[in-house]
Design a protein around this ligand. Structure first.
Ligand SMILES: NC(=O)c1ccc[n+]([C@@H]2O[C@H](COP(=O)([O-])OP(=O)(O)OC[C@H]3O[C@@H](n4cnc5c(N)ncnc54)[C@H](OP(=O)(O)O)[C@@H]3O)[C@@H](O)[C@H]2O)c1
Length: 296
């Protein structure tokens, strides 16, 4: 089985490469620009430069490599950047997905598309796969538009996930865990939102969940995240507890105190029963996730 992965210089992509190689698949890792993966992570995978917004590059790499499965993880994934540059967001998240799907159909490849809780409006989370999407920002809209393109294919799976945390193998990248830890260690006061709800996802669980989709040849939509429902403030409390840091530096606030370009859905979070039952997906607790990051 040959698997081509997009966005392999990113947080999720690097784990997908590592895990697909370890499972014995033939792996084509692709990314914008030079390969940032270590020799260890890359194993016997080949790396190809592929800017997904370059239609010719997408056609060339996919036609040359002819994968059985394309795991499409590359995206413009920062909601505020998407809101501020809607044209770039649309080309990267929507048009590029169309380029990939057009070739996928012609070579009879299945597409596993990585999507987000931000397709929902956050009025009635946690959501299962039957929830009706209604995005409140441009990033969410672009990911939903891409989902609709993917759903036109003969063979597709959409894996939606939420607030992914973990170590990036290719260097430091901030996420909620490192942000809280770094600030509290420096003695900085931080304001943390307490009126949003999420089910944070440990990156290795997400990669494993996607591998289960591959192994079981699962099709349709799957929600893959952690099981525990937390506000960001509750997440921060757990991080402070874990590292024995000063919780009094943290102030609970409503999301409305931040003026961010992209509105965030308030209450998302996923019900993951379908993935548990059909895939055997079994994520770690948030506490276990943090300990894996910092203690290996
Ligand atoms: N992280 C989360 O909390 C979260 C939550 C829900 C869903 N998701 C989805 O999960 C997927 C993976 O996200 P992630 O957390 O791994 O994000 P990430 O670390 O930002 O990785 C995204 C990757 O996409 C690549 N990319 C962007 N534009 C590209 C282009 N034109 N051509 C080729 N590659 C391009 C980036 O390349 P560079 O490295 O060159 O910038 C980056 O390596 C995304 O589809 C995202 O929407 C993430």
């Amino acid at each position: 089985m040959k698997i081509l992965i997009t966005g392999t210089n990113g947080l999720l992509g690097q784990y997908l490469v590592r895990d697909c190689v370890q499972k014995g698949y033939t792996v084509v890792a692709t990314g914008r620009g030079e390969c940032k993966l270590s020799r260890d992570t890359l194993g016997n995978a080949v790396y190809k430069k592929m800017d997904i917004t370059d239609k010719v590059a997408v056609e060339t790499v996919l036609m040359e490599t002819r994968p059985d499965i394309i795991i499409h993880a590359a995206a413009m994934a920062q909601p505020d950047a998407c809101e501020l540059d809607r044209a770039a967001c649309s080309v990267t998240n929507v048009e590029a997905t169309r380029y990939i799907c057009d070739v996928a159909e012609s070579i009879n490849a299945k597409v596993i598309y990585i999507s987000t809780d931000f397709v929902f409006d956050g009025k009635s989370g946690p959501y299962n796969e039957e929830g009706i999407p209604d995005p409140v920002n441009y990033y969410g809209q672009s990911k939903l538009d891409a989902e609709k393109i993917v759903q036109q294919l003969p063979k597709w799976t959409i894996v939606r996930t939420i607030l992914v945390y973990g170590n990036i193998l290719t260097g430091a990248r901030s996420n909620i865990v490192t942000w809280v830890k770094d600030n509290l260690e420096k003695g900085n006061n931080i304001k943390v939102v307490n009126d949003q709800v999420r089910t944070p996802t440990y990156v290795e669980d997400l990669s494993r969940g996607i591998l289960l989709v591959v192994e079981k040849d699962a099709e349709g939509i799957y929600h893959i995240s952690g099981k525990e429902v937390f506000t960001p403030y509750e997440i921060a409390l757990q991080i402070a507890d874990f590292f024995g840091l000063d919780k009094s530096l943290m102030e609970k606030v409503d999301a409305s105190v931040f003026t961010q370009p992209a509105v965030r859905p308030l209450k998302t979070g996923f019900i993951i029963e379908k993935a548990e039952k059909e895939l055997g997906f079994n994520p770690v607790s948030f506490k276990e996730g943090i300990s894996k990051i910092f203690q290996g």
